[in-house]
Design a protein around this ligand. Structure first.
Ligand code: FES
Ligand SMILES: [Fe+2]
Length: 346
């Protein structure tokens, strides 16, 4: 299945920008274009093209707190309504159709998140270690990968690739087997807890020596169809940390790879630059293989070969399959709840 074929995915939240990025900014989601801009009321996500004569609005200005189209000077407010049409004769009201379609958008964890459908949840999923444990949170990566978003999340859950893909960092091809583990359902997804014996990961805990081996637990959780949380626990021998990863679907073959980390240690015990530089090497190994993968992602369990160690990626396919068969009437005829980006709301 291609990412744009699973309509229900549009009802979830995806990071589309870092909060400090320059706007207006062109945003692509599920193969459609939108524009993100900032008014004094905060971020606003609108249709990409001006309803007057089609100028693309990432070229607009926002200095006055309104989105001002560069072509004929029409101005739009945070809610998408036109507030000024310079060519109108005095006392002629602004036509109600002079309005931009707007979409759900919110800020959290240093990111701007959007939902272009009917939100399945009130906002982005909560991050336990950030919200409740107060660990240090930072955006590690926010970049475009030439891969299906499905494949990126599947890889996050996949237990048997590190031995091979990460053999230059923490993987060991001579230890390919994965201990038995259970998959526990959660209200939205599922969770697994897996013992691991890994080498090389010292820099993630402030230890420069990459020859030390560690016993740890990996807790992997699917927080939303394209959003994972992975926590690495070292039982007190080194500072723990968690990764929150999203794959924001740009189109069937591209996604924004977003990863934030939460570190239990302070800057002295777990220096961020050491952590980040090592993570960069690991993540580049994933990127290299993921950019070779097939964008057509199988969600029928019988269409691939599975091993016992693949239990959580099998569960991922089951969950996507269930989502694709959603009985929600809005998806029954394959109709979308999304407004086309060229539409004008009235
Ligand atoms: S195209 Fe935007 S004001 Fe005319
Ligand atoms: Fe990996």
């Amino acid at each position: 299945m291609k990412i744009t074929e699973l309509i229900a995915l549009r009802d979830y939240w995806y990071p589309i920008a870092k909060v400090d990025e320059m706007t207006p900014k062109l945003v692509e989601l599920f193969g459609e274009e939108f524009v993100l801009w900032n008014s004094i009321e905060g971020p606003s996500l609108v249709q990409a093209y001006c309803p007057h004569r089609g100028a693309r609005l990432d070229c607009a200005s926002q200095d006055t707190g309104q989105l001002v189209c560069p072509y004929h000077g029409w101005e739009f407010a945070h809610d998408g309504k036109a507030t000024l049409i310079p060519q109108l004769e005095p006392k002629v009201p602004i036509p109600p159709k002079a309005k931009l379609a707007t979409y759900h958008v919110t800020e959290r964890y240093g990111l701007v998140w959007a939902c272009i459908g009917e939100p399945a949840t009130q906002g982005p999923p909560a991050w336990l270690e950030a919200d409740e444990l107060g660990w240090r949170v930072q955006v590690d990566f926010f970049e475009v990968w030439a891969s299906s978003a499905f494949r990126i999340i599947d890889n996050n859950l996949d237990q048997s690739h590190p031995a091979f893909v990460h053999k230059s960092t923490f993987g060991d091809p001579t230890r390919p087997r994965i201990p038995q583990y259970e998959v526990e359902s959660t209200p939205i997804g599922f969770r697994t807890r897996i013992p691991q014996f890994v080498g090389g990961v010292g820099p993630q805990m402030g230890i420069e020596d990459e020859d030390i081996d560690f016993d740890r637990f990996q807790e992997a959780e699917l927080l939303a169809p394209l959003h994972t949380r992975i926590r690495l626990e070292y039982g007190g021998t080194a500072p723990d940390y968690a990764f929150y990863s999203c794959a924001t679907p740009i189109d069937d073959t591209h996604a924004i790879y977003m990863r934030c980390s939460a570190l239990a240690g302070d800057e002295e015990s777990q220096p961020y630059s050491l952590f980040h530089d090592y993570s960069r090497r690991v993540v580049d190994e994933d990127k290299m293989i993921l950019e070779t993968t097939n964008p057509d992602f199988p969600i029928e369990i019988t269409s691939e070969v599975h091993l016992r160690c693949d239990r959580n990626t099998v569960e991922y396919r089951r969950l996507l399959n269930k989502l694709s068969r959603s009985s929600d009437p809005k998806f029954k005829n394959g109709t979308s709840n999304i407004r086309p980006s060229s539409a004008v709301s009235s």
